[in-house]
Design a protein around this ligand. Structure first.
Ligand SMILES: Nc1nc2c(ncn2[C@@H]2O[C@H](COP(=O)(O)OP(=O)(O)OP(=O)(O)O)[C@@H](O)[C@H]2O)c(=O)[nH]1
Ligand SMILES: [Zn+2]
Length: 212
């Protein structure tokens, strides 16, 4: 079959391209293994509907984990601007899709990210791109939360960063304990969000999440 490669060499500066990203060699190797998996679960890999499935899944998994090819620090620094604004900047309800590293099953929800600039701001879309860059990897929600916080703290050196993630884990919904309505909330703070209760309360009030 013909494999069209939209973006064979991943470029960190363009790491946030919307194009579905996969490379031909990896696709071929993954497809081989997915075909074996289909056989192991008892499927007929020769039937019409499944003929292209190993290749499709191989491409899909590369998209779902393309965050490994993005350096979020580079992303933020690519749109870092000097600005004297010193109030909270909040980007809330950033939808996220990730996969738990234990079962490789999706978890999905929302991230709320705030920071208080200290001479520098970043492009608002970069905040959402940082969330995506870390979410599109095998993750646990706790590490995802802390990585987003640390990236913004390290690149912008703001007076504080706050991250809250609310997510539903399909490994708890579809299998295992099968709790369809459970939502997990995680949070991570630095600077003024840790030292000033009022600042943290303002953030929590603005995002409308119950943390306590
Ligand atoms: N802390 C944390 N745990 C997670 C996350 N995603 C999945 N898990 C949990 O990872 C744990 C793995 O536990 P194991 O006992 O090794 O796996 P398991 O036998 O499949 O567990 P069950 O899901 O309880 O059936 C489970 O309790 C999952 O609910 C996450 O983002 N953070
Ligand atoms: Zn899981």
């Amino acid at each position: 079959m013909e494999i069209v490669n939209h973006n064979a060499s991943f470029n960190e500066d363009e790491g946030y391209s919307k194009i579905e990203r996969w490379n031909p060699e990896t696709t071929e190797k993954l497809a081989y293994h997915y075909k074996e998996i289909l056989k192991l679960i008892g499927e007929d890999v020769g039937r019409e509907g499944l003929l292209q499935t190993p290749v499709r899944v191989a491409k899909a998994i590369q998209f779902l984990t393309h965050g490994y090819n993005i350096d979020p620090h580079v992303l933020v620094r690519s749109a870092k601007f000097h600005e004297e604004y010193k109030q909270m900047v909040l980007v809330k309800d950033i939808e996220l899709y990730s996969m738990c590293e234990h079962h490789m099953i999706p978890f999905y929800g929302k991230a709320h990210v705030a920071y208080i600039p200290n001479g520098y701001i970043t492009g608002l879309s970069k905040v959402a791109r940082v969330v995506d860059a870390y979410a599109r990897r095998l993750q646990v929600q706790e590490r995802l939360t802390v990585q987003i916080r640390d990236c913004l703290q390290e690149t912008l050196n703001p007076l504080g960063v706050a991250v809250v993630i609310e997510a539903a884990h399909m490994c708890m919904q579809m299998r295992g304990i099968q709790k369809q309505n459970s939502v997990t909330t995680t949070s991570a703070f630095t600077g003024a969000f840790l030292t000033h209760n009022e600042t943290r309360e303002e953030f929590i009030h603005l995002i409308g999440v119950k943390l306590h």
